[in-house]
Design a protein around this ligand. Structure first.
Ligand SMILES: CCCCCCCCCCCCC/C=C/C(=O)SCCNC(=O)CCNC(=O)[C@H](O)C(C)(C)COP(=O)(O)OP(=O)(O)OC[C@H]1O[C@@H](n2cnc3c(N)ncnc32)[C@H](O)[C@@H]1OP(=O)(O)O
Length: 312
């Protein structure tokens, strides 16, 4: 009975005003019925799985439930290199174009590390053209995640500093493994660099202005319990429950009619995304000139040295 009510609502609202979303909505309603019958804590049945992958991205689409799991796979620390970012965009577009895919769980293939953030070696000792290409790819990944029509859930199964935190922030919901050894946050200032305005905007939209001011200036990295307290993550769960919780949360989100959720998401996020879109080229130029400075290159050099030499 409840299933029918959801579908009637969805289709009833699929009028001329939501034209571009309509056909997707019909397809997605069929998926929705099956999804609501799914015991949410189980994995995907083999028969309906359609995996695809590239060197650094593994994707497993469960077609019958309309949910994909995307895993970052760039050992040793899942740094967001130009190659990974490029492959990410290609895989993401594939999912966006797959009308049966309504939600993505973003996670890591490595134990202990969700992502070490932007690959510092892409920001150090390269030329201006490389920095520009790299930054454009960083922008593109953020825009894709932040403005996606799909439900995006970050299953943060390890540490998630800086760019790793940004990917999580761009998701709709964040579930983190409750292990005090893991941390999450925008720690750019600790590297002697500055989080750009759109990292800051995404953080402010998530945890508020005062908490962002504090966290950003000090480059704070929060253990899960503290991240939960300030709203940087939405839920913390035992390490072995991250994926099953993500599936369960996804099934709740997918009960909402797609077009209504998507329009609401757009209403909430478009002004922030537009701020970057309006000055995308200037933002690239800012990054290139900032990162090329001798003082910044020196800071990055020192930080890389610190990472290599610190006691484990
Ligand atoms: C007027 C205002 C103007 C403003 C203009 C603004 C313009 C924009 C400015 C620039 C903005 C840039 C934004 C940057 C965002 C980022 O994401 S920067 C990256 C930040 N990341 C980090 O600080 C994380 C660093 N890494 C770690 O803390 C740890 O590695 C780990 C993730 C916790 C894992 O620890 P562990 O398992 O112990 O592994 P390690 O031994 O430390 O590392 C293994 C090897 O990996 C190398 N490595 C680690 N992180 C990175 C990385 N991010 N990039 C590249 N390489 C990395 C590490 O050095 C080890 O290397 P080897 O010793 O050679 O094995």
């Amino acid at each position: 009975m409840a299933l029918r009510a959801v579908s009637a609502l969805t289709w009833g609202l699929g009028g001329p005003g939501v034209g571009p979303l309509r056909s997707g909505t019909f397809l997605r309603c069929a998926t929705q019925h099956r999804l609501e019958k799914m015991p949410s804590s189980i994995g995907f049945p083999e028969a309906s799985r359609r995996p695809f992958s590239s060197h650094r991205i593994l994707v497993d689409v469960d077609q019958s439930h309309g949910v994909a799991t995307m895993k970052l796979k760039n050992p040793p620390v899942n740094s967001l290199s130009l190659e990974l970012l490029t492959e990410f965009v290609i895989s993401w577009e594939k999912l966006e174009n797959d009308k049966s895919c309504r939600g993505v769980i973003l996670t890591s293939n490595s134990p202990k590390i969700f992502s070490a953030g932007l690959d510092i070696t892409d920001m150090y000792g390269k030329n201006a053209a490389h920095y520009a290409e790299f930054w454009k790819a960083v922008q593109e990944v953020w825009l894709k995640l932040y403005t996606s029509n799909m439900v995006v859930i970050a299953a943060i199964n390890g540490s998630s500093p800086a760019g790793g935190c940004l990917m999580s922030l761009a998701s709709d919901y964040r579930i983190m493994a409750d292990n005090p050894k893991y941390t999450i946050g925008l720690n750019e200032t600790l590297l002697g660099i500055v989080a750009p305005f759109w990292f800051k905007d995404n953080l402010v939209n998530t945890i508020g202005n005062r908490a962002s001011e504090h966290a950003l200036q000090r480059g704070l990295l929060f253990p899960p319990a503290d991240a939960l307290k300030i709203g940087l993550v939405d839920q913390i769960v035992p390490e072995d429950k991250v994926q099953s919780t993500a599936l369960s949360v996804m099934s709740e989100w997918l009960k909402i009619p797609d077009h209504a959720r998507q329009l609401t998401k757009t209403m909430m996020r478009k002004p922030t995304a537009d701020r970057l879109l309006k000055q995308r080229e200037a933002d690239i130029q800012n990054f290139v000139s900032f990162i090329s400075k001798d003082s910044i290159q020196k800071s990055l050099h020192m930080y890389l040295k610190f990472l290599k030499e610190r006691e484990k």
